[in-house]
Design a binder for this molecule. Structure first.
Ligand code: RUB
Length: 317
């Protein structure tokens, strides 16, 4: 008896790889949901076959993008709760823990929003980079507290996620000034805060986020503008507790320059790393649903949550 990965898992995996589904928290939610669909639609009798199919689905989702640890953390959350002796129980456990994961994702975002909002004051101008639902939660909570804010939004080449942020902020009635990435330092003089998200946070407090975050952080420090990362605890990277580093995704060169323009220029190398690493000393605070932390002390929270490391329940036994 064997079972296949269902089309919904394939679709979710392709959508994550192509960035139709993007952003660390959104990717995690979609992966958890895909596992629930796989569980619902795997019609086998043998518990071992059921488990093997779930692991295969998780591996397919896992291989899509390497940097956002929320993805493996979501797979871990669901698969670690896949317990039982018969298929019906296993299926119920997967479906239930997937739903619980999604609920916790939303609760964590709301709670960290309130923590981050306390760092913002009425009238503040906030500079953003990329599009982060956790960062936006802080702005939304500050607005709920009756504060009025405005935003300077970096467009975030090459994929222009700044446009998504600008649209979300306009829906909240926040005045938006859109700038090109290279104008960031000039406009820092008009900003009271820099607010970014994270794809992964390492045990030493390094923040891995959209390419350009580290340069922005260094410039913010030089201009005296505080910078915070809004990142719920599923962004904490358990493997960094045992000395592993976070893999930085390299994406297609065509995102940077279209092939026709490129061949007009002549032979050249194009590089397109999607993320970079901001050292802890350039980040003022990491805001989570468990409170705010100086980056250097995030390891305490990580030990509490993960112990000494992380299992990979999707691995072939
Ligand atoms: C998205 C990105 C976001 C984080 C946090 O990169 O770097 O800042 O994922 O987002 P990409 P969120 O567009 O390449 O996925 O707070 O929504 O999890």
């Amino acid at each position: 008896e064997s079972a296949a990965i269902v089309p919904e898992v394939e679709e979710t995996a392709s959508a994550i790889a192509s960035m139709e589904i993007r952003g660390a928290a959104t990717i995690a939610g979609a992966a958890a949901e895909a596992l629930a669909t796989q569980a619902r639609e795997t019609a086998v009798e043998d518990p071992a076959t059921f488990r093997a199919t779930m692991r295969a689905a998780a591996r397919r989702l896992h291989e899509t993008r390497p940097t956002a640890v929320s993805l493996p953390n979501a797979l871990r959350y669901v698969l670690q709760r896949m317990e039982g002796d018969d298929v019906e129980t296993l299926r119920r456990r997967v479906v239930r823990s997937s739903a619980r994961f999604t609920r916790r994702l939303e609760e964590a975002r709301d709670r960290l929003g309130e923590v981050g909002a306390n760092r913002l004051q009425d009238g503040d101008v906030v500079m953003t980079h990329c599009h982060s639902t956790d960062a936006l939660a802080c702005i939304e909570a500050a607005l709920d507290q009756g504060k009025s804010l405005s935003a300077i939004v970096k467009e975030t080449r090459p994929r222009n996620q700044g446009h998504i942020t600008a649209e979300a902020l306009r829906e909240l009635d926040v005045p938006v000034t859109l700038i090109v990435d290279s104008a960031a330092r000039r406009y820092l003089d008009e900003a009271d805060h820099v607010l970014v998200g994270a794809d992964s946070i390492a045990a030493d407090g390094s923040v891995i986020n959209k390419i350009g975050t580290s340069g922005l952080a260094v410039n913010a420090r030089e201009r005296g503008v505080p910078i915070m990362t809004a990142a719920q605890t599923i962004k904490l990277h358990p493997e960094t507790l045992t000395g592993h580093t976070v893999e930085i995704e390299t994406r297609d060169e065509d995102e940077v320059i279209d092939p026709a323009t490129r061949s007009g220029i002549g032979d050249l190398t194009v590089e397109n790393p999607a993320f970079d690493v901001t050292p802890p000393r350039y980040m003022d605070a990491i805001v989570t649903e468990s409170g705010q932390f100086p980056p250097e002390s995030i390891v305490t929270l990580m030990r509490e949550l993960f112990g000494d490391g992380a299992e990979t329940p999707w691995a072939e036994p």
